[in-house]
Design a binder for this molecule. Structure first.
Ligand code: FAD
Length: 452
């Protein structure tokens, strides 16, 4: 069997691994339009903050490693067209424009997404960057050490925007975050958490300009951006802008080849099969089932892409494995705080069309007798369906690392557990790590009281 995989990021890499495992005799052609394989944007922050020194190490695998496994790796090779009936790909060498045709029996697309570029006046000015992929990682790192870049504006306060803001603030730049939402991290956390984190950002000299968007970028005679004008009429200096205001699927070229939805996402079933039975698709160009609602939506996470990649590979010769529903869990640090969240939040419930109720609890990480330098306050919110009592989501934050609790809640969501199941669920106790009642028990017991 000849398998072609397009795209070498999370979804593509996992698909290749899966094919190697499931079909060791398959001939695998792996196409990537960039000049590098399997860069992890997830590792960009570690690189920007100097924890990881070599940008090339931020990857799953090297070309020689994959070739040793028998994979035929084609970099600088953009797949520009598919003839589904003839099972043929058009592959363009991006360095010299030469076109080739290549055969496949089964095709897995993990073409991902590209950063959304704000369609505002001045958008063509220099020093307006994005944050995705190795090329931007290198450019951003260079900008961090340029002395003439003093003021940095980050557009968007999702987790990528916060990673950018923290990295540049730590590099000694004055950072302004602008977001049309009234709070930062608007789809990740409710206000009990964002209020604390907004103060944390301000304490680290990061300016917040919320409930406003960019109206215009202003430049100088060298065509470099110098300031930002917002929709509220405010203006501030900016030598560098980092746009992290969402992504768009890289799928225009697939129109008429496989079914796309109105947003250009590739439609797949739970086996990652597209409208063409020999073409599979995974990652940020597809939707995935959201466990709390059972409905498909975009959850642009590497963790989702990897799970889909594994399913696609398993299903190439027939339906073997459905992709597991995910809860959209993610974790991040914001200076001294570490948070994680999963599933539905109060702030996202309306948009998802679900009625939820929540309880918010605070506790200490370990028993209060443990001195402050080994202890910290923990904030936890549990969200559930008040009719069925089923757990729908949770958020946790502390100056110590308590984020692993969110994986337990993700599992609870996946298994449709109720607050009653969680209230007395058995979690370990050891005073160096935890309390006799884990904060998940405490919150679920509070939810029971509220519901009864
Ligand atoms: P992409 O990563 O978008 O990659 C697509 C690849 O396909 C690219 O290499 C592209 O060049 C190539 N390609 C596209 N079209 C073609 C074509 N026609 N021919 C050949 N090649 C093509 N997720 C997490 O779970 N945890 C995190 O901590 C996390 N942190 C992140 C931090 C940042 C800064 C960013 C930007 C994202 C982060 N994510 C994180 C999200 C995660 O990176 C994405 O969900 C994931 O990369 C999606 O993988 P993908 O395979 O769908 O596509």
């Amino acid at each position: 069997m000849k398998v072609a995989v397009v795209g070498s990021s999370h979804g593509g890499y996992e698909a290749v691994r899966g094919v190697l495992q499931q079909f060791p005799d398959a001939h695998i052609d792996w196409y990537e339009k960039g000049d590098f394989i399997s860069f992890l944007s997830c590792g960009m922050e570690l690189y920007l903050q100097g924890v990881v020194k070599d940008v090339n190490s931020v990857s799953y695998a090297t070309i020689p490693e994959m070739e040793d496994k028998g994979v035929h790796v084609h970099i600088n090779s953009e797949v520009t067209n598919i003839d589904p009936d003839g099972h043929k790909l058009t592959v363009v060498d991006v360095q010299n424009g030469q076109e080739e045709s290549a055969d496949y029996d089964k095709l897995i697309l993990s073409v991902g997404a590209t950063p959304f570029k704000l369609p505002v006046a001045g958008k063509e000015l220099q020093n307006i960057y994005a944050m995705r992929g190795r090329d931007w990682a290198i450019k951003l790192r260079e900008a961090e050490v340029k002395p003439d870049i003093k003021n940095v504006t980050v557009v968007g306060s999702g987790y990528i925007g916060i990673e950018a803001a923290e990295s540049f603030a730590k590099a000694g730049k004055h950072v302004t975050i602008v977001d049309m939402n009234p709070t930062i991290l608007g789809t990740y956390l409710d206000t009990e958490f964002t209020e604390i984190l907004e103060e944390e950002l301000k304490a680290n000299d990061v300016d917040l300009r919320l409930s406003q968007s960019v109206k215009e970028y202003v430049g100088n005679s060298d065509d470099k951006v110098t300031s930002v004008i917002s929709t509220t009429g405010d203006t501030w200096d900016a030598d560098l802008v980092i746009e992290t205001a969402g992504i768009r699927p890289a799928t225009k070229w697939l129109a008429g080849i496989v079914d796309l939805d109105d947003h250009g996402m590739i439609k797949t079933d739970e086996y990652q099969q597209t409208s063409n039975p020999d073409i599979f698709a995974v990652g940020d160009a597809t939707e995935i089932e959201f466990a709390p609602t059972g409905k498909k939506q975009l959850i642009a996470l590497a963790s989702s892409a990897r799970r889909q990649g594994r399913s696609a590979a398993a299903n190439l010769e027939g339906h073997k494995r459905k992709t597991t529903a995910v809860s959209g869990s993610s974790a991040l640090h914001v200076f001294n705080y570490k948070f994680a969240s999963t599933g539905v939040k109060d702030v996202t419930a309306k948009g998802l069309g679900v009625d939820v109720e929540s309880v918010f609890v605070t506790d200490t990480k370990v028993p209060p007798f443990v001195p402050a330098e080994h202890n910290a306050e923990v904030f936890f919110k549990l969200t559930y369906d008040p009719k069925t009592r089923v757990v729908m989501g949770a958020q946790i934050m502390s100056k110590m690392d308590t984020t692993a609790n969110i994986n337990a809640i993700s599992l609870a969501i996946q298994q449709h557990m109720t607050v009653d199941d969680l209230a007395y669920a058995d979690f370990f106790f050891q005073p160096g790590f935890d309390r006799p009642w884990n904060i998940m028990n405490v919150a679920a017991q509070k939810a029971e009281q509220k519901l009864d």
